[in-house]
Design a protein around this ligand. Structure first.
Ligand code: DAH
Length: 369
């Protein structure tokens, strides 16, 4: 029960002592209770407010009501008590920390629920691909998006000024001219540099997948973006063959696109693989027929096949760059592959405009929630 100032009948020193003690103990109790800004003001007003505060009431109920012969004693006591109460209230207000405003927290209210975002369709596709390889025992590696010329090109067997560099329209960082060529910074054009970074750190055998962002100087349109995504793969061990590459990738495509997916390999060229190939998967839109009903299948351009990745056997010249870490090309062999995620995600979700992925339009993105 909150303290109320009693009307006094007995004005004897003992009764007054008791009344004062009771009031001070109530004050002490209330001083200890923490409060927010509102509670602090209410506390102050309750005790000190001119109009009807406890000190004012004491004046009325104790001093004014005191019989003549007790007036002097009561007056002195009330004066002393007023000073004491004022000082204690101020002290309590100073002590009550501002942080106690937090106690306005009502834990019985429902919490503030932030809407849970949806996984971006590109990240989801990336995670699905990575998941397939994780199930095969691959681990995941990542590397920097701002890369050196050495990792992006040189150690991948693109010699300086080699025309193969022209196939990757590179975005270079400004003011790099004074640095030696191999230290010059650029935005990585593919995830392949992480092959080298991984082999520098891990001795063979390695089996890794590398998801990540890459950049090329391609103007944005419905099927191009200066920023896109890749998942790279690398397996190095003794006696790895092209048969392992085909078997692994064929399995992965069946896991991703369904057990009826077929794969086909065509010779190609990449500086860091020899031999190199492009891998195609039977069109998962038309099932490989090249037709949708009587209409031509557009995603596969009526061929029944979709080009999905580049791959090959790691070129011995690449191993030379990491030979010191156990990659003697005479002893180990390996395969590598790299695929673009954005186009796969477009096909998967039936989009005709790549830019939708990057415009941040919530009406588009929330469909994936
Ligand atoms: N890095 C190549 C690109 O972006 C793709 C690629 C091809 C990666 C063959 C590989 C590979 O690992 O073996 O065009």
């Amino acid at each position: 029960m909150a303290y109320t100032v009693p009307k006094l009948k007995d004005f004897s020193p003992a009764a007054l002592d008791g009344a004062v003690a009771e009031l001070l103990s109530a004050l002490e109790e209330e001083s200890a209770q923490p409060g927010n800004a509102d509670a602090r003001k209410a506390f102050r007003d309750r005790w000190l407010a001119r109009k009807d505060g406890i000190l004012t009431q004491i004046n009325e109920l104790w001093l004014k009501a005191a019989p003549k012969d007790a007036k002097r004693d009561v007056g002195q006591r009330v004066n002393k008590l007023k000073a004491e109460v004022e000082q204690k209230v101020e002290a309590a207000l100073e002590k009550k920390p501002a942080a106690s405003a937090d106690t306005s927290l009502d834990i019985s209210l429902p919490g503030i629920r932030r809407p849970i975002g949806a996984e971006h369709p590109i990240i989801r596709t990336m995670n699905e691909i990575v998941g397939v390889f994780k199930n095969l025992g691959y681990s995941v590696a990542e590397g920097p998006v701002i890369e050196t010329d050495y990792y992006n090109f040189e150690a991948l067997n693109f010699p300086p000024n080699h025309p193969a560099r022209d196939t990757q329209d590179t975005l270079f960082l400004a003011n790099q001219e004074t640095k030696p060529r191999r230290e010059q910074l650029l935005l990585r054009t593919h995830t392949s540099p992480v092959q080298i970074r991984t082999m520098e750190k891990m001795r063979p055998p390695v089996r890794i997948v590398i998801p990540g962002k890459v950049h090329r100087n391609d103007p944005p349109d419905a099927s191009h973006s200066p920023m896109f995504h890749q998942v790279e793969g690398l397996a190095v061990d003794t006696n790895i063959t092209f048969g392992d590459l085909k078997g692994t990738l064929d399995h992965a495509m069946k896991a991703l696109f369904g057990s009826s997916a077929k794969t086909a390999f065509r010779p190609s060229f990449f500086p860091f693989t020899e031999p190199s190939a492009e891998m195609y998967v039977s069109c998962f839109i038309c099932g490989g027929s090249g037709k949708r009903g009587s209409d031509p299948c557009r995603p596969c351009k009526q061929t029944g096949w979709i080009e999905i990745l580049g791959c090959g056997m790691v070129d011995p010249n690449v191993f030379e760059f990491v030979k010191h870490n156990g990659y003697d090309p005479e002893k180990v062999s390996g395969f590598a592959f790299g695929m673009g995620i954005d186009r796969i995600a477009m096909l998967k979700y039936g989009l005709d405009d790549l830019q939708l992925f990057f415009q941040g339009d919530v009406r588009f993105l929330e469909q994936f929630g």
